[in-house]
Design a protein around this ligand. Structure first.
Ligand SMILES: [Zn+2]
Length: 479
């Protein structure tokens, strides 16, 4: 059993008031709120850094299971009460520490926000202290972990936020937030950009809602809802014992973003090619333009970002493509319940050689492949499919039909040209000819089932073999 997580975003409508958006004052409140929360978090980060021993305090408790006194690390909730008793003025504790008087520094601070910043601060300081301890133990001189920062996106707990989506039409749907106006804390209504897509995800009973975070960007403001779902998935070892197991293999490439093959009982029962629809070419055009502009403008100004819109466009294209391809793959998995999804462990497509823009494009293509892998894993897991990474060795070099070594080639004007970049694969042994990416995708199944030469390594490879990748793996089949 495991947990799948996803984020569902709800954008606040901060457009011009005539068009139904909130006024600019309301936007300023959100920024004020985030700023004040950062200041409060900084206060508690300093406070906990000044009391590092307390964070490592051991608390003794009585274990019912073992029937004896035991020790454990102090919990965040206990730390929170302790910190509040020292810094916040109450009837029970009328005199907070003079140097850390939170009530004086931040009057009227809502307690729900205070608790969220204290919890954030505990997390930040704890991770800093553990990093510091690791660094000290390593004995290195460089790389001392930096002090924890205080900025974070505000988390909106129940008492600081409510969502009213039951209005008859879109104009009556609001998110109610407790915000700081610069002088006091007030409740304000923010219109939201509601969509059917959001509503479907929001009402989905399979996903449990968590408190949203307020994400402020230069031009937008959004609430990010984290949703979790408990997933019951079989262990791969158990799945592998099923003689009629369905495996879905994906070969991620550049032009064919994904070649999906489905195999059952030793036969390929479905194949889907997901093309990039010219994305690689299109991106290359943009990168060429960026490279030319950089060349024309000479040495870049330090600390200044150039071609921001173009980079943003390229980034967004990659992001969109990754989500689309991963959805396609997850859909295929959903059609075969209980299947296992197979990916190759990612190899790098070398960025060496070619023009500057070509290298930049290769790098982006690599990033895209990584993203597809990552997103697919998450989406498939939410549907109950487990992903396995298989040994990528030789998937593009060996014949998927007989297992012999073959060659990549391309056919131009009816002539067969042997080339590494060739779109086709030809077997020298059985003369099977097919699309090279399809061949690789079928071989991913072979690698999972350890067929032919895809055997686990029996002994560590000899040192000399490091130069030739092929020799690192034992070939069991005599050809
Ligand atoms: Zn063959």
């Amino acid at each position: 059993m495991g947990q799948a997580t996803r984020t569902t975003k709800l954008f606040l409508d901060l457009g011009s008031p005539e068009e139904g958006g909130a006024n600019s004052g309301k936007r300023a409140y959100l920024e004020e709120t985030a700023r004040l929360l950062d200041a409060a978090r900084a206060f508690y980060v300093t406070f906990f850094l000044a009391h590092p021993d307390k964070l490592e305090e051991k608390v003794s408790y009585f274990s019912q299971q073992l029937q004896e006194e035991r020790e454990r690390l102090i919990s965040p909730n206990e730390l929170l009460s302790w910190a509040e008793s020292l810094t916040v003025e109450t009837h029970a504790h009328p005199h907070p520490l003079p140097t850390y008087n939170f009530s004086e520094r931040f009057p009227d601070f809502p307690f729900i926000y205070r608790r969220s910043v204290i919890k954030d601060a505990i997390g930040k300081v704890r991770s800093f202290l553990s990093n510091l301890a690791t660094w000290r133990a390593s004995g290195k001189k460089k790389g001392r972990p930096g002090l924890p920062g205080a900025s974070n996106h505000p988390t909106l707990y129940d008492d600081a936020f409510s969502l009213d989506l039951d209005g008859a039409d879109l104009h009556t749907c609001f998110a109610r937030l407790k915000v700081y106006t610069g002088a006091s804390w007030e409740w304000h209504n923010y219109p939201v950009k509601l969509s059917r897509y959001f509503e479907a995800r929001w009402h989905d009973p399979a996903w449990e809602q968590q408190s949203p975070k307020l994400i402020l960007r230069p031009k937008t403001a959004a609430l990010h809802f984290s949703q979790v779902k408990t997933v019951e998935a079989k262990k791969v070892k158990a799945s592998k014992e099923d003689p009629h197991l369905v495996t879905v293999a994906v070969d991620v490439n550049v032009k064919n973003l994904a070649v999906i093959t489905v195999r059952q009982d030793g036969a390929i029962i479905e194949t889907i090619f997901v093309s990039d629809h010219g994305l690689d070419r299109h991106r290359y055009g943009h990168l060429k333009r960026i490279a030319r502009k950089q060349w024309q403008s000479g040495t870049p100004v330090k600390g200044e970002h150039s071609n921001q819109q173009l980079w943003e466009h390229v980034r967004r294209m990659n992001e969109d493509a990754a989500h689309q391809v991963s959805s396609r793959i997850a859909d295929v998995c959903a059609r075969y319940p209980g299947c296992v999804l197979l990916f190759e462990r990612l190899r790098k497509i070398k960025t060496k050689g070619g023009s500057r823009s070509r290298r930049m494009n290769r790098r982006r293509a690599n990033q895209l492949r990584g993203k597809i892998n990552h997103y697919t894993r998450d989406k498939a897991y939410a549907g109950g499919t487990v992903t396995v990474e298989v040994n990528p060795h030789g998937t593009s070099q060996y014949c998927s039909r007989c297992g012999a070594k073959g060659e990549r080639f391309s056919s131009r004007g009816g002539k067969r040209i042997k080339a590494k970049w060739g779109k086709l694969f030809g077997c020298l042994q059985c003369h099977y000819e097919t699309n090279a990416d399809f061949n690789a995708s079928v071989n991913v199944h072979r690698s999972f089932y350890r067929e032919w030469h895809w055997q686990p390594r029996t002994k560590p490879p000899p040192k000399a073999a490091k130069r030739g990748v092929g020799r690192r793996h034992v070939r069991s089949l005599q050809l």
